[in-house]
Design a protein around this ligand. Sequence first.
Ligand SMILES: C[S@@+](CC[C@H](N)C(=O)[O-])C[C@H]1O[C@@H](n2cnc3c(N)ncnc32)[C@H](O)[C@@H]1O
Length: 265
Amino acid sequence: MNEEKRKPTMEDILELSGIDLLHPGGFDITKRIGEIVEMRGKKVLDVACGRGSLPCYYAKSFRAKIFGVDLNPEMIESSVEKARREDVENLTEFKVADALTLPFKDNSFDVVINECAVGLTSDPQKCLNEMARVTKTGGDIVIHESAWLKEISKEEKVDIAGRLGTVPYTLSEWKEMMEKAGLMHLWTEDWSGLENIYKIRYDRKMKNLNDMFSLWEKIAIIFPRVISKYGIKGIFHAYNSAQRINPLYSDETLGYFLIRGQKSL
Ligand SMILES: C[S@@+](CC[C@H](N)C(=O)[O-])C[C@H]1O[C@@H](n2cnc3c(N)ncnc32)[C@H](O)[C@@H]1O
């Protein structure tokens, strides 16, 4: 285990916790995507699909044909299992793949989505370029990502990105990258605010960010998994990161945005 791996990011903790939806906005933002791209019956790619909750939701709610890819084989196993349990195997297909080298031909999909996972790749611009490459001309690309609302120092940005496990940009920077990937008609919607962060736990009521996990979940699930992977220091690092990061959402330093573009003709 290298030094880096002894310091879990917030993203690592969320993934280790086993919760099935890993983005602010919860199913509300996912539903919104289905509506704005008029997803019914379309061929859709969900890049970094996590545990398959979103592809299964799109398949059930919009009868779309959904392909999901994720770098982590465990996420893909969970996705296949979820599709089987939710009886949408005929509308879903899952594959282990890197968002930076998507295993699909150019112009393959009507809609390509990435929910909360462009900023955590090693090259967000390349990720957007790949998403654009596999989208049909005139097709939709939708992402949602963390964005800086206030200017802070470069050192602080680097520290916070390292603790989060994803790199936030300003909304202008996100839009610039989308344009560089060949997307036009950019459209954004503001999903900032603690009430949207709380929706990650759509299954329980949160009053503050420390409620993300119940005491029972912390003791029975998170602590043992974090300790076994990162050692006891991992718990302290995660605690310190939460103390550093949580206020950034309430004081509106960090926001969250839905961004849609269309592949230019
Ligand atoms: C924040 S979670 C989002 C998962 C899902 N989209 C959701 O919103 O619930 C990030 C996901 O990105 C995946 N991931 C990280 N790097 C990736 C890459 N380079 N290619 C594909 N998936 C990646 C992780 O395995 C994880 O499932």
